[in-house]
Design a protein around this ligand. Structure first.
Ligand SMILES: Nc1ncnc2c1ncn2[C@@H]1O[C@H](COP(=O)(O)OP(=O)(O)O)[C@@H](O)[C@H]1O
Ligand SMILES: [Mg+2]
Length: 300
């Protein structure tokens, strides 16, 4: 019997509800799957035939530790170098360079020691905007602001300065307003093959930085949705650009591409190659669970 670990976090020791059905599905395929907490010091990671990263949703404040852990795991999917690339949203620049449409972004380097005034001039004069760190998950430390309100601008500047002071790179983006009405579309891929899409409702109400009462992530409201051919094409181009930038020679076990709708069509908001919820319960007639369990079993 092959034995694999599904890596999770201490807050979810028995996996997320979305991933839990993987355990019996893998058992049906002759694979024993165990939920294992990634930062548990007593785990012998080399005793597993494969370790699949799943709900390691507490990694962002411990980014270096998480990547160091990933390097120590002999057989990890997605592999450590993919996690290193993907846990810093600077990869969006590589996608942009490959002509993949992404949300236009201003990047602020903490090493440049921007003054409040310099930060202020980098914020848009019109239209709501978003401030977020390049390393983040679950919309933590992500705020939405209104430029015409002096109070909101002051909050945005404070938010940005706080992130920069803690040596974090910052992203400033226009708030894509279609998210309020149409949400985000999350496209799930297994072994490079598109499976299904799900819709995620808007998370940021603003004008504020949603920090109070935040757990691991902001509560997400999902529903089933059909991806348009245009969305599928942009998602596939994003994955191809990622594969080229990473020098991959085969498809990733799992990937999720999150898209929003800009004035000229789909824009990539995020590529999730680290610990995406695949939203398997929203899949179509060939359940993504089946494909995912098959793909994991094939790699053991
Ligand atoms: N530019 C933007 N326009 C509209 N909504 C945004 C924008 N950036 C972030 N958001 C909202 O914040 C959430 C979290 O941002 P995201 O970039 O997906 O980072 P993460 O999921 O890693 O925290 C998104 O799901 C979306 O609701
Ligand atoms: Mg996201």
């Amino acid at each position: 019997m092959k034995r694999i670990a599904l890596a999770t976090c201490a807050d979810l020791p028995t996996l997320s509800a979305d991933d839990r059905p993987l355990v019996p599905a893998l058992a049906d395929r002759g694979v024993t799957a165990e939920a294992v907490v990634w930062d548990d010091p007593n785990v012998e990671w080399d005793s597993y035939d494969l370790v699949v990263v799943r709900s390691t949703w507490d990694y962002a404040p411990r980014h270096d530790e998480f990547l160091a852990w990933a390097e120590t795991v002999p057989r990890l999917e997605n592999p450590a170098h993919v996690l290193r690339w993907n846990t810093d949203k600077s990869y969006l620049r590589a996608l942009e360079a490959a002509s993949v449409p992404v949300i236009p972004t201003v990047w602020l380097d903490p090493a440049r020691h921007f003054s409040k005034r310099a930060v202020h001039t980098r914020m848009p004069a019109f239209g709501d905007f978003v401030v977020k760190p390049v390393v983040s998950a679950g919309a933590k430390d992500t705020g939405r602001y209104i430029p015409v309100s002096a109070q909101s601008r002051a909050m945005a500047i404070k938010h940005t300065m706080d992130l920069l002071d803690s040596k974090r790179w910052v992203m400033i983006q226009p708030y894509v307003t279609s998210v309020d009405s149409a949400g985000e579309t999350c496209l799930t891929f297994v072994d490079g093959v598109f499976q299904h899409a799900a819709r995620k409702n808007a998370l940021l109400t603003g004008p504020s930085r949603p920090t109070k009462g935040l757990g691991l992530y902001l509560e997400e409201t999902m529903s089933a949705v059909a991806a348009t051919p245009e969305q599928l094409e942009v998602a596939q181009r994003a994955l191809a650009a990622a594969a080229a930038d990473l020098g991959l020679d085969g498809p990733l076990l799992y990937a999720r591409v999150d898209l929003v709708t800009g004035e000229d069509g789909p824009l990539v908001i995020e590529l999730e190659l680290t610990e995406p919820s695949l939203w398997m319960t929203y899949s179509g007639p060939v359940p993504t669970l089946t494909r995912f369990a098959d793909a994991i079993a094939a790699r053991v």
